[in-house]
Ligand binder design. Structure first.
Ligand SMILES: C[S@@+](CC[C@H](N)C(=O)[O-])C[C@H]1O[C@@H](n2cnc3c(N)ncnc32)[C@H](O)[C@@H]1O
Length: 324
């Protein structure tokens, strides 16, 4: 299978243009998938550069390993990007020039009925992105208490009918397949709203199975530590929950979206947002690739640590002393 048959990369050229600032640098692709972004990154890099590419899905790693067998600049790492600090060799900590994340699942994962990601195909209620995890979607729908299931659908799926759907799931237990879950949701949601509700229910379960938001928070914090000064985070998000986490972290250095001030009253901003206006795919790309429709690209650069705890007058004082 060619890389583009496995997954068509979204915002490929723009994301890579934002990421690569030094062709001799060290980069991380945290979501390798079919390797479409990775291939484009490698095209921009010189002989000595390094690209560490991570995926928790062994199928993605095997697919890319086959296509890039002779590529010495590419180091494939199987694992969760949330543990980037453990996956990356110590010698590159603090020296990473850019980290790319293209969040969510690949077309290959969605298209495989056996992975259980799609309500349009019958398969086991699995939804694990990789076999490193043990808990499946079936474990969640069959064991969570009513209140936890309801909250999960409401918070991660932003599903307004979470009460009705959670009750119906509990009454229909045990559920083993995507078709069974689809029938349960269809039984309580009118036809004209059904597909949207199904998409939200499946999204909520996928986020929970894979701990997606926890891992995103972790890589944003750890990734920030691993970047060099002015190193870049480039993230493509597909739903509002993950997008909000990135937006807040890039703007305020925390996930709640509250400005934090130091002792002198300066706002502490660990990152500089590089595009105040978010980058989205062109109409042409959206028409060609339905997955691109909800994509948002955010870019931020790591601020030098020195601005934290610096008094507003420091620069003026140092200039007078001739030390700046
Ligand atoms: C949207 S696809 C990436 C597609 C890729 N950019 C390309 O051009 O083909 C997302 C990939 O990231 C992986 N992934 C998602 N979350 C992950 C995580 N927390 N750790 C490691 N891999 C993850 C998925 O398994 C999937 O293969």
């Amino acid at each position: 299978m060619t890389p583009s048959a496995y997954h068509k990369p979204v915002l490929r050229d723009e994301a890579v243009r934002q990421l690569v600032t030094d062709p001799f640098g060290t980069y991380v692709d945290g979501t390798l998938g079919g390797g479409g972004h990775a291939a484009q990154i490698l095209q921009q890099l010189s002989g000595d550069a390094r690209l560490y590419a991570i995926d928790q899905d062994e199928e993605a790693i095997a697919h890319v390993a086959e296509h890039f067998a002779d590529e010495e600049r590419l180091i494939l790492l199987r694992g969760n990007f949330g543990y980037l600090d453990v996956l990356l060799p110590r010698e590159v900590h603090g020296g990473v020039d850019g980290i790319l994340l293209d969040l969510g699942v690949s077309s290959h994962q969605i298209d495989e009925p056996g992975r259980g990601f799609s309500f349009q195909k019958d398969g086991p209620l699995d939804m694990r992105m990789g076999s490193l995890q043990t808990r499946t979607a079936a474990d969640i729908v069959n064991t969570y208490e009513y209140k936890d299931l309801r909250d999960l659908l409401f918070q991660y799926g932003e599903e307004r009918e979470s009460v009705r759907i959670a009750r119906a799931i509990i009454n229909a237990r045990p559920l083993e397949t995507t078709e069974q879950l689809r029938d349960v949701v269809s039984g309580v949601i009118p036809e004209r709203f059904r597909n949207k509700s199904l998409a939200r229910v499946f999204q909520a379960l996928r986020i929970e199975v894979n701990g997606e938001l926890q891992m995103l928070r972790r890589i944003l914090e750890k990734g920030h530590e691993l970047l060099r000064e002015n190193g870049r985070f480039v993230v493509i998000t597909y739903h509002s929950l993950e997008d909000r986490l990135c937006k807040n972290f890039f703007r305020y250095g925390n996930f709640g979206g509250d400005p934090v001030k130091d002792f002198y009253g300066n706002e502490i901003r660990p990152m500089e947002v590089l595009h105040k206006k978010i980058i989205t795919p062109t109409d042409e790309e959206k028409a060609e690739n339905p997955r691109a429709r909800s994509a948002k690209l955010r870019v931020a650069a790591k601020n030098p640590v020195t601005h934290i705890g610096r008094h507003p007058n420091d620069d003026a004082v140092n200039k007078r002393r001739g030390t700046l």
